[in-house]
Design a binder for this molecule. Structure first.
Ligand code: C5P
Length: 223
């Protein structure tokens, strides 16, 4: 039998990361934060001083990225690039913004496709991003699309950043989220949209627990 996958797609700040982590923990499954991969590429290409138009160099960096998402040990939950913890460095809006520009380049997405699929290992995978259900894991038995109002998503991002000690301005965040939504939904390759067989959940007025329960019900019904 194919290894189970739950895909969780949606715009930035809809709660995908929180829900995916919680779900993976309850199921005892692996976790793929695909946005972190685009953010890592953003960071690595900035450090290597590669411009957005230098496609061949971008692809070379994408293929060589040394990425780890440890799930146990002292670095559990951290994002590691070339052996160094970069979890905070990739979380600011500058990285998100550059990530979304890189993510619109078709060959860059192609270079990252198989790397993302390699996360599908027993006993199962919870994958969050923009195109998990539409492109990367089109045969996933459970597909969720999470949304929330832009204002609520900006508030959540703000809270998350403050919690990490990263300075952020709510109005700026809202504007940046809207710009990113626009780019992610309008791009020609793998645009942000629900898969035809996805269940859409509007999380604006829902607690984390309510969303996780709703998703767990789907998972239990399907697996
Ligand atoms: O989810 P997160 O905000 O970390 O993603 C950063 C950016 O990476 C998104 O704005 C999007 O452009 C891109 N991305 C993507 N496909 C994914 C995950 C993220 O294009 N599967």
């Amino acid at each position: 039998a194919r290894i189970g996958v739950v895909t969780i797609d949606g715009p930035g700040g809809a709660g995908k990361g929180t829900i995916a982590r919680e779900l993976a923990g309850r199921l005892g499954w692996h976790l793929l934060d695909s946005g972190a991969i685009y953010r890592l590429l953003a960071l690595a290409s900035l450090r290597a001083d590669i411009g957005l138009g230098e496609v061949d160099r971008l692809v070379a960096v994408a293929e060589a990225l040394d990425i780890r998402f440890p799930t146990d040990g002292p670095a559990a939950g951290e994002v590691i690039l070339d052996g160094v913890v970069v979890s905070d460095a990739i979380r600011d809006e500058a990285s998100g913004e550059r990530a979304s520009r890189l993510a619109a380049v078709p060959v860059v997405r192609q270079a990252l496709l198989e790397r993302q699929r390699a996360f599908r290992r027993p006993p199962g995978l919870v994958a969050d991003g923009r195109d998990m259900g539409t492109v990367v894991f089109p045969d996933a038995p459970v597909k969720i699309f999470l949304t929330a109002s832009a204002e609520e998503r900006a508030r959540r991002r703000h809270k998350q950043l403050m919690g990490q000690g990263v300075a952020a301005n709510l109005a700026d965040l809202l504007q940046e989220l809207r710009a990113r939504d626009e780019r992610d939904t309008q791009r020609s390759v793998a645009p942000l949209r629900p898969a035809e067989d996805a269940v859409t959940i509007d999380t604006t007025d829902l607690s984390v627990e309510a969303v996780v329960s709703a998703v767990m019900e789907r998972v239990e019904a399907r697996l």
